[in-house]
Design a protein around this ligand. Structure first.
Ligand SMILES: [Zn+2]
Ligand SMILES: [Zn+2]
Length: 267
């Protein structure tokens, strides 16, 4: 390498580093909130004053400045960085970040992150994600998650629970549509609800009501529901006895890691 091209490389590299560090500075997460020292993206405690730069309020772990999710508990850190700038007494007084909705929002982000990064436990994370939506009465999204769960893990130990929950969330969602005058769509959801759990008494009752509304209003049936025939073949509600477990076949295959390894050419 000639000294001229070496010089050029150094200039380019310096420019690159400057652009990068100003990008970090703009994001601001590497700037110490206490002393304004500009730290490296990998820094955990401020190099100047030892102040933690990216503290997880959920589990107490101190993360690198650049981390978006807690390395220990996977909580999303952006909201926490903001909360962390507010004095703890004030935070407690105002119950900042403690409303059920705020707590659930963080949990949802955490589980969505885990779904992408921890494929081995995807079944558990997807179940918990649906449960979190159930807690905040987000019926449409909850329904979609249960249906997704049942499609991906039809043999799950939790399939029966997922069907009952899915059936109920579809029923509750149908109320909303019914109350907005979307009778045909309500009927569609209630049919879907009963397909998941034929024993759902409330859904049976509301199906009649919604059909009445549909007739009166002259709405016609919605075309076939978009998803989920998954459960039709299987008997819906098995009585209490658990299916005998075959050790050989794991109920759930972990989704294959996203990028397939490049095939090495076999001769
Ligand atoms: Zn500092
Ligand atoms: Zn944490």
């Amino acid at each position: 390498m000639t000294s001229k091209s070496l010089f050029r490389s150094i200039v380019l590299l310096t420019a690159f580093v400057l652009v990068l560090s100003s990008a970090y500075a703009m994001i601001g997460r590497n700037i110490c909130g206490k002393c304004n020292w500009i730290n490296k993206a990998e820094t955990i405690l401020c190099e100047n004053c030892q102040n933690p730069l990216n503290h997880c309020l959920k589990c107490g772990h101190d993360n690198m400045a650049k981390a978006d999710y807690c390395a220990n508990c996977s909580m999303p850190l952006a909201e926490m960085r903001v909360l962390a700038t507010i004095a703890p007494e004030v935070r407690t007084q105002l119950k900042l970040g403690e409303s059920p909705r705020a707590v659930a929002d963080l949990e949802i982000k955490r589980l969505e992150y885990l779904l992408q990064t921890d494929a081995e436990n995807a079944e558990k994370h997807l179940f918990n994600l649906a449960m979190t939506h159930k807690r905040i009465d987000f019926y449409s999204r909850e329904s979609a998650l249960w249906l997704d769960f049942l499609q991906k893990y039809p043999n799950s130990e939790k399939a029966a629970e997922a069907k009952v929950n899915g059936s109920d969330s579809l029923r509750k969602w149908s109320y909303l549509l019914y109350s907005q005058g979307s009778y045909a769509r309500a009927v569609e959801l209630l049919n879907e609800s009963l397909r998941l759990n034929p024993a759902n008494k409330e859904a049976q009752k509301w199906l009649k009501i919604a059909r009445g509304g549909m007739k009166k209003s002259g709405q016609t049936a919605v075309a076939k529901p978009q998803a989920v025939e998954a459960t039709e073949a299987a008997p819906q509600m098995e009585e209490a006895q658990p299916a005998p477990k075959t050790e050989a076949t794991p109920a759930v295959e972990a989704a294959p890691a996203t990028e397939a390894a490049p095939q090495t050419g076999n001769p």
